[in-house]
Design a protein around this ligand. Structure first.
Ligand SMILES: O=P(O)(O)O[C@H]1O[C@H](CO)[C@@H](O)[C@H]1O
Ligand SMILES: O=c1cc[nH]c(=O)[nH]1
Length: 232
């Protein structure tokens, strides 16, 4: 047992899918895994282990924001020996041609959080996807005929920005979309030398102000989960 996960050693697979929402974790486990068993209910942050094509895979809710995913990824890696962490999240588009329901593979994650300020003392670490997982995700998407976009994203500490134009400086530098966890996940994975990748489905657009319905989101999340499981 770790502080935030009440699983026994061996209950969690070496590969874990990480949605922010614990109910999405439940949906993924029940929809895509064979014989899913819940191993965590601390704080309602559900985690399940089952098999996919005979191979053990876990899915763990992370909550929202860098501090929350930092806690879960740290414990999964250091207390349960997890080697591969694949975030499956939602994101807001920063670009006109990144449309709702599109899937983004996060090559790197800029951020407005301060988690690397102290360890790097004013210098800049670039949180980056594991190259092998990144290439595998693009290949899996191609084989499944699922179109994806890949590039830099923003991990933000702020969901409700006061300035509606805040996104524009990031958009100008090619940042594709905004979410709230990936820079922390990539930093922690690098620190402990394990593999991490974020797959994101665009749920709304900061540019056009469109938004998906929950039904539509579920269908598009299907494709993102298929890619994640293909590289698990
Ligand atoms: O859908 P999830 O994985 O939670 O991801 C996005 O949704 C939440 C905000 O609504 C943040 O956690 C953000 O990163
Ligand atoms: O963090 C997020 C996630 C989805 N949509 C947003 O606008 N921001």
């Amino acid at each position: 047992m770790s502080v935030h996960i009440n699983a026994k050693k061996g209950d969690i697979a070496p590969t874990v899918l990480l949605p922010g929402d614990p109910m999405r974790a439940k949906w993924i486990a029940e929809t895509f895994l064979e014989n899913p068993v819940r191993y965590n209910d601390v704080r309602g942050m559900f985690g399940f282990t089952g098999t996919y094509k005979g191979k053990p895979v876990s899915v763990q809710g992370t909550g929202m924001g860098a501090p929350s995913i930092s806690i879960y990824s740290h414990e999964l890696i250091n207390e349960y020996g997890v080697q591969k962490l694949i975030r499956v999240g939602s994101a807001g588009s920063y670009q006109k041609d990144v449309k709702i329901r599109d899937i983004v593979v996060a090559m790197s994650a800029s951020s407005n959080n301060s988690m690397n300020d102290l360890p790097f003392a004013g210098e800049n670490f670039a949180p980056t996807a594991n190259a092998e997982l990144f290439v595998q995700a693009l290949q899996a998407a191609k084989e499944k005929n699922i179109s994806v976009k890949a590039g830099n994203i923003l991990t933000s500490d702020i969901f409700y920005q006061e300035d509606a134009d805040y996104y524009k400086k990031w958009a100008k530098h090619g940042v594709l979309c905004v979410e709230m966890e990936t820079s922390a996940l990539y930093t922690i994975a690098a620190r402990f030398q394990v593999k991490a990748l974020s797959l994101l489905t665009i749920s709304d657009s900061l540019v056009t102000h469109e938004s998906t319905t929950s039904e539509e989101r579920a269908q598009t999340f299907n494709e993102m989960i298929e890619i994640a499981l293909a590289i698990s």
